[in-house]
Write a protein that binds this ligand. Structure first.
Ligand code: ATP
Ligand code: MG
Length: 270
């Protein structure tokens, strides 16, 4: 009974998942992550920790990289999706914005949104979705008829998020949306994400190395190192944790690029 209730509160539940690449490389080693329905959760960790692998396990993109889930299970809205095809997961409402803000550079932002719309979406629904996206991202509205390839990095990231939103997802997973962006842009985009999460009740799983920015907008975070969750807690608890402060928050806003370097010496694993 208790378990059923927990299940209903979590849109996504990942339990002790192991992922193998090429049948030999164990990339994640028993990762458990829960995303509450309507919640916003961060997955933090340094290079090679297993963050992207975790997202791929959820969206079903492992197969394309000769990876597979070798242990554990993943449920989405109570349904077991561990073996489901990627396309099926998209249809169920899982949207994965992969690292590197992929957009069609030769199309305009508006055409990019049209191209991302699910097959069979009516014109009126598509237009309503576009209006909503332009409402959240006014910069995108201003540039909607320019060539996407000429947008700034921040605008391209906004477009990548817009392309995800047009699919009307239930769970939005973002892989390092802040990468390479100036701090003010990260703040702007994260502020908008927080607003979308609140206004639309959209569940969000945010992968970030920029713990400082991520912990400002999520309710809980998981810290993953070497394929294992080494810490899980509320954003407040993580922010006040001395290891997190030293390795992830210590340098202040402009210093997060150095995180990769520092985080190689991890006190909580030694
Ligand atoms: N397609 C692949 N084939 C083999 N090994 C892989 C593959 N993709 C990732 N790995 C390995 O799995 C581990 C986890 O990688 P992953 O990309 O999930 O880390 P990450 O936390 O996203 O890192 P980053 O912050 O650099 O993006 C790493 O050791 C990586 O080398
Ligand atoms: Mg990654």
């Amino acid at each position: 009974m208790q378990e059923k209730k927990v299940e209903a509160q979590n849109i996504l539940s990942m339990n002790s998942v192991e992922v193998l690449y090429d049948n030999v490389m164990l990339a994640i080693k028993g990762v458990s992550v829960q995303v509450p329905t309507g919640g916003m959760i961060a997955l933090l960790g340094s290079n090679g920790a297993g963050k992207s692998t975790t997202l791929k396990a959820i969206s079903g993109l492992l197969k394309a990289e000769r990876g597979r889930i070798s242990r554990g299970e993943i449920t989405f809205q109570g349904a077991d999706i561990t073996e489901a095809l990627a396309q099926k997961r998209v249809e169920m409402g899982i949207c994965h914005v992969i690292e590197g803000r992929r957009v069609f550079e030769h199309l305009t932002p508006d055409e990019n949104l049209t191209a991302a719309a699910p097959h069979g979406m009516s014109r009126s629904t598509l237009n309503a979705e576009k209006d909503k996206i332009y409402g959240y991202f006014p910069r995108l509205a201003e540039r909607k008829n320019s060539q996407a390839g000429y947008l700034s990095g921040g605008e391209q990231q906004m477009l990548a998020i817009g392309r995800a939103l047009v699919t009307q997802p239930k769970l939005l997973m973002l892989d390092e949306p802040s990468l390479g962006l100036a701090p003010f842009l990260v703040e702007e985009i994260f502020g908008i994400l927080q607003k979308i999460n609140k206004d639309e009740g959209l569940s969000v799983l945010l992968v970030e190395q920029n713990a400082l920015a991520a912990l400002e907008i999520v309710s809980q975070g998981y810290l993953i190192e070497n394929g294992r969750v080494v810490m899980h807690g509320t954003a407040e608890a993580l922010k006040s944790n001395s290891d997190i402060q030293e390795f992830y928050l210590g340098g202040g806003e402009t210093d997060f690029h150095n995180v990769k370097h520092y985080s190689r010496r991890k006190r909580w694993l030694s």
